[in-house]
Design a protein around this ligand. Structure first.
Ligand code: GLC
Ligand code: GLC
Length: 660
């Protein structure tokens, strides 16, 4: 019976969807008459519209069907999409077509990413155009530029407090500079990735200003409350993202004499997506950003975009419906565009955002945290336990595997995964925080606390990759052996993220061992946010002068990191087995060694990674049975192995084995 009912409801919705589109056709025709779009281009839009309309309509109906002005907003949404397609350049339309013909294009082993802040890397966008050669030299084919739009004065959360999505921060350049850069990158085969910061605007965005001036229409763009009644009710079940900055999730606004919902900093006002005008307005901003020449939009803070009383207001079903609606609209108007999810939440929730209907790619925060976990413990059991049931993703989607980014490290593994291997999650997180802040005896790490919450005992970690992996300590102590170990730890971690399945993403600076920068503490706009410790200015002279030598004869430590990274990236791009996502763990019978097989279209590569600083041995037979071969060559060291012998891995060694 329920099946029948569901079908009935679906029929009813399909009927409504069809009828609505019929009613909107004249409006669309009118729009085409006014536009200069050619017939073929119109037809391709209409074709995609027909394909995606039923689902889009259902999503919008589910979100906004009860609103008095639903039909008006649906009409505007459709016209917004038509306008976005008309505004799309021929170059982007050509790319759209290529991607439509090859929908798996982003699963290629050739894609390797990097992320930078424009100002810290090259001052501004036009100088960045002169630095594109650097990305080529390193082998990058994907570049994430941290938020570069106009921001509020003073603290702007590293660009995440946007006051205008249609203009570039004047210190960095103009929209035209951005368009030119996008073209340069495309010519050189590099994808452009920008943020879509859609959970909140800055408190000086035009909508927020109008709200402050008393516009009721714009007050409804945000969550604004006259007194504490509602905020207190919500607060019962909310978590605090930045507890050291401000307690609670609401900010008193003196001018309006009202409370505003601010999940992050008090100057970042959460948008109210239960209002369809917000969805539509942000859709316009999204299309504008996409049409500057963006290949991938990083959807910032996806978990927080829908609020429901009595919940933690994260990962609500409507959050997914919203992203799916944005996705459908992108398929219609900017079809080559991909979404990347930034959900730094429990692994069960992270994966909910990943599908071809929602975000095709996603940060992999669980792998990130567990690689650091394994480095601290020298054991891979929690990593393996987690990978065994969490690595697999739906068809035609991909992880983005990273080690560090502009944010902190949170220990977002699953408590039950930890319990399954006999580890108490609460104690273990405590240990990891002690370890990575360097308080644990014998720790090599030099991280600092981020957002320590004394009430809950929660804490996250800031610090650069090199400082967390031991290089800062080794340089301080001028200890060559420790430098060597730090270098090997970094290459071990990269050896995994470059091979485990998904798009590897470097946080630039990693490629030459960038250390923590303590200067931020002197800047009042940054001092309260320890994430600035790992956001230093690019030190070009470090790459040229190459100090802090390792007494190995191979050159300085920075050159060695750089050339090793460069080489690993090249080897990844030459290994077709590393495309796609398929990964099978190998039972190495050694708790220090992670092992897996990668397979793609008949190609195979076996990876063994030793997380201990001591030599480890694996039975040759393990390799023979898992990798189906008797003789192997390590792509990284070029050494050869026969499975008749026990396999020896040096401390922190990673092997990429191909059968020969
Ligand atoms: C994301 C960003 C982070 C920012 C937050 C609020 O998590 O990565 O840097 O503080 O969203 O926009
Ligand atoms: C993100 C995450 C949070 C992260 C923060 C930035 O959206 O949910 O865990 O640490 O914002 O620091």
């Amino acid at each position: 019976m329920t099946g029948l009912n569901n079908n009935g409801v679906l029929d009813e919705l399909s009927f409504k969807a069809d009828l609505t589109l019929q009613r909107l056709r004249p409006r669309l025709e009118e729009h085409w008459r006014e536009s200069t779009l050619d017939e073929a281009s119109r037809r391709s839009f209409e074709h995609r519209l027909a394909e995606h309309w039923p689902l889009l309509f259902k999503l919008l109906y589910r979100l906004y069907g009860g609103r008095y002005d639903f039909f008006y907003h649906v009409e505007q949404v459709l016209l917004t999409a038509a306008r976005a397609w008309a505004d799309r350049s021929e170059r982007l339309k050509k790319t759209d077509q290529m991607r439509a013909n090859n929908p798996e294009w982003f699963l290629s082993e050739k894609i390797v990413g990097g992320a930078i802040y424009v100002d810290l890397f090259s001052e501004n966008l036009s100088r960045l155009r002169d630095q594109v050669g650097y990305f080529k030299e390193l082998g990058l084919t994907y570049l994430h530029l941290m938020p570069l739009f106009a921001v509020r004065p003073g603290d702007n959360d590293g660009g995440y407090a946007i006051s205008n999505y249609r203009s570039v921060d004047p210190r960095l350049g103009t929209i035209d500079d951005l368009r030119l850069l996008a073209e340069d990158l495309h010519e050189k085969g590099i994808l452009l990735v920008l943020d879509f910061v859609f959970n909140h605007t800055a408190d000086d965005h035009e909508w927020a200003q109008l709200a402050q001036a008393g516009s009721r229409e714009h007050q409804e763009f945000y969550y604004i409350f006259p007194d504490r009644t509602e905020p207190d009710r919500y607060e019962h079940t909310l978590r605090e993202v930045f507890p050291t900055v401000r307690r609670g999730n609401f900010t008193w606004h003196d001018g309006m004499q009202q409370w505003v919902w601010t999940t992050f900093n008090n100057f970042q006002w959460d948008l109210n997506y239960s209002n369809p005008a917000v969805f539509r307005s942000m859709l316009e901003e999204m299309f504008f950003i996409a049409n500057t020449g963006v290949d991938i939009l990083r959807l910032d803070a996806v978990a927080f975009i829908w609020k429901r009383l009595g919940t933690n207001c994260e990962n609500q079903p409507e959050a997914h419906a919203l992203i799916q609606a944005f996705n459908r609209l992108a398929r219609i108007a900017t079809p080559g565009l991909l979404f990347k999810s930034e959900a730094i939440v429990h692994p069960d929730e992270v994966v909910q955002y990943v599908s071809s209907k929602e975000c095709q790619i996603s940060y992999n925060p669980t792998l990130m945290a567990l690689l650091w976990e394994s480095l601290a413990t020298r054991r891979v059991s929690l990593l393996k336990q987690t990978l065994s049931h969490r690595h697999k993703l739906p068809e035609t989607t991909s992880w983005v595997n990273y080690l560090r980014c502009h944010d902190d490290i949170g220990w977002t593994f699953d408590d039950a995964d930890a319990a399954a291997i006999g580890v108490n999650a609460y104690d273990h997180r405590k240990f990891l925080n002690n370890f990575y802040t360097g308080q644990f005896p014998e720790s090599f790490a030099r991280g600092v606390p981020f957002q320590e919450n004394l009430q809950t005992g929660d804490m996250r970690i800031s610090g650069t990759m090199a400082s967390l992996a031991g290089l800062e300590q080794a340089i301080d102590e001028d200890d060559e052996e420790k430098k060597e170990l730090a270098l090997r730890r970094m290459l071990l971690l990269h050896g995994v993220t470059l091979s485990i399945g998904g798009i590897p993403l470097l946080y630039l600076g990693e490629e030459w061992g960038m250390l923590n920068d303590y200067e931020f503490a002197k800047d009042p706009a940054k001092a309260a946010d320890s994430r600035w410790i790992h956001r230093p200015k690019m030190k070009w002279e470090f790459l040229e002068e190459l100090d802090d030598h390792i007494a190995s004869g191979n050159g300085s430590i920075r050159t060695r990191i750089f050339t090793s990274m460069q080489r690993m990236i090249r080897l990844r791009k030459e290994s077709p087995a590393l495309a796609g996502q398929t990964m099978e763990l190998i039972a190495t019978s050694n708790d220090h060694v992670l092992g897996y097989v990668r397979r793609f279209e008949g190609h195979r590569l076996v990876v063994l990674a030793n997380f201990s600083e001591h030599e480890q041995v694996i039975e040759g037979n393990k390799l023979r049975t898992a990798a189906l071969g008797r003789f192997f060559q390590d792509e990284l060291s070029e050494a050869t192995f026969a499975t008749s012998e026990p396999m020896k891995l040096q401390g922190y060694q990673v092997l990429w084995l191909k059968s020969v």
